[in-house]
Design a protein around this ligand. Structure first.
Ligand SMILES: *Cc1c(COP(=O)(O)O)cnc(C)c1O
Length: 474
């Protein structure tokens, strides 16, 4: 901003007395500001290694203020999810319904009956907030909830594999040994839960007799895992729960199924692909069904476990249940979310996940039309800005091969040379906005899918505040 000033690094005290830094102290206090003043000066000393002639001394007060503000700014911020994936694991999955947010806030602002029985005045069980509702919605005899579905699976396996030292075998098809993401792989989960995993069948085909042959008096559980984040196609065969349950029960072996996403209502009524429902799995004869709270259910992070009284009782008694229990914040949100399912006709309005998944493509196109002028004004000098049909996804491992017809904006570099760099620069610019905009790069364009943009005003305002690209950029 100005010429290089060959002046020495100022002292902490001198910097603290400048008007900008003094104002910062008045607002935020001495401790924080001194910390970042010292840090700035230490960084300068290190970077300049004795040669102090490249320091812009008069910019130092502002640099202190910037560092203080950066330290106070939350790292977690809302973003615009324009990826086209509605339930995006990296972007926080399902959005909560208004009633869930309200209930959560209310429950946080005062003491509540989380573990207090208002009828008897004695100790209560936090599961009771949602158990009756879950039983009503799924037809289960009993239900319990934990921190997430990975925890639900881990706890279920542990509860069955550790009950009897002579019964630690858990049978699972090789076609269902899934990795859910990160380090959560079914074989590792089995091991860490103390189970001996008995793999049967092959990657593409498993038959009823594979299960039957593996069942012994050491079998603790037969486990089915919904292959939610990939699809095996072609010459395939798996044994579904309805076929498997009688084989298990004839030998007194319980059957558990992990649905992953697990919708509570049939999505095909809105033209969406049908996901298996927990209620179907229970009818088919499963003793335990596990599913996520923040995937298709549209609630907070949670692991829901429904099943028979005996199975749920055993799971609830395992010591790990205490370690994996739900916190009161998501529990309040879960309760309110589940209550929305008592009014199924209203779900596509009340539940953001379903509202977005069922959004008519004409609405999405209208949104794209509405944001196009602002994007064109900001980027049109260097990028083609066009309305395009797109294919989105449900996300979070639900229905991996299905596509949702959608619409959005494609930003395509006008210059043939350095296209990749131009796209990366654009994606970076959008990610650095106060409310970052997250799209996806596909071939030669940055695509902004408008399915999840319901209110265009804040988006347009933010784009308008961007400086139009100069001819020397990007
Ligand atoms: C997503 C998923 C899980 C993990 O659920 P979280 O709620 O993310 O812990 C487990 N199993 C399957 C099949 C899944 O799709």
């Amino acid at each position: 901003m100005n010429r290089l000033t060959p002046s020495p690094i100022p002292s902490v005290d001198r910097l603290l007395r400048t008007s900008e830094v003094a104002a910062c102290i008045a607002e935020h206090g001495h401790t924080l500001v001194v910390t970042y003043t010292r840090q700035l000066l230490a960084d300068i000393r290190q970077n300049h290694n004795g040669c102090e002639d490249a320091i812009h001394v008069n910019t130092l007060p502002q640099q202190v203020v910037d560092r203080v503000q950066a330290a106070l700014a939350p790292r977690m911020k809302t973003v615009f999810n324009l990826t086209g994936t509605v339930i995006h694991t990296n972007l926080g999955r399902a959005l909560l319904a208004d009633s869930a947010i309200q209930h959560l806030l209310t429950m946080m602002s005062a003491p509540n009956n989380l573990e207090y029985d208002l009828a008897t005045g004695g100790r209560g069980d936090r599961d009771s907030m949602v158990e009756e509702l879950l039983c009503q919605l799924t037809g289960a005899e009993a239900a319990t909830v934990v921190n997430n579905n990975a925890a639900a699976v881990l706890l279920t396996i542990a509860a069955f594999a550790q009950a009897d030292p002579n019964k630690q075998d858990i049978i699972v098809s090789r076609g269902e040994l899934v990795e859910i993401g990160g380090a959560f792989r079914m074989p590792d989960v089995m091991k860490s839960a103390g189970a001996r995993m008995i793999e049967i069948g092959t990657t593409n085909r498993t038959h009823p007799h594979d299960y039957e042959r593996a069942m012994t008096d050491r079998t603790a559980l037969v486990m089915k895992v919904h292959t939610s984040n990939y699809a095996v196609q072609g010459f395939t065969k798996s044994v579904d729960e309805a076929e498997l349950a009688p084989l298990c029960h004839a030998r007194g072996i319980p059957l558990a199924t992990d649905l992953g996403s697990g919708a509570l209502v049939d999505l095909s009524q809105w033209g969406l692909p049908r996901e298996p429902l927990p209620q179907d799995m229970l009818k088919a004869g499963c003793d335990v069904v596990t599913f996520s709270g923040d995937k298709l259910l549209g609630g907070p992070q949670a692991g829901l476990i429904v099943g028979t009284k005996a199975a749920i009782g055993r799971i609830r008694k395992h010591p790990m249940k205490r370690a994996l229990r739900m916190s009161k914040l998501p529990l309040a949100a879960l309760e309110a979310t589940l209550r929305l399912y008592l009014r199924p006709e209203r779900l596509t309005q009340d539940l953001p996940t379903l509202r977005l998944l069922t959004r008519p493509v004409e609405h999405i196109q209208a949104t794209a039309q509405a944001v196009l002028p602002a994007l064109n004004a900001a980027f049109g000098s260097h990028y083609g800005v066009t309305l395009v049909p797109l294919q989105g996804q449900i996300g979070s491992g639900s229905l991996p091969v299905e596509r949702l017809p959608s619409a959005g904006i494609a930003l395509t570099p006008l210059q043939a040379k350095g296209k990749g760099r131009a796209l990366d620069a654009l994606a970076t610019t959008l990610r650095r906005l106060p409310q970052p905009v997250i799209g996806r790069i596909h071939e030669d364009s940055l695509l902004l899918d408008m399915r999840c943009l319901e209110d265009t005003t804040p988006f347009i305002l933010q784009i308008k505040q961007l400086q139009p690209l100069s001819t020397s950029q990007p």
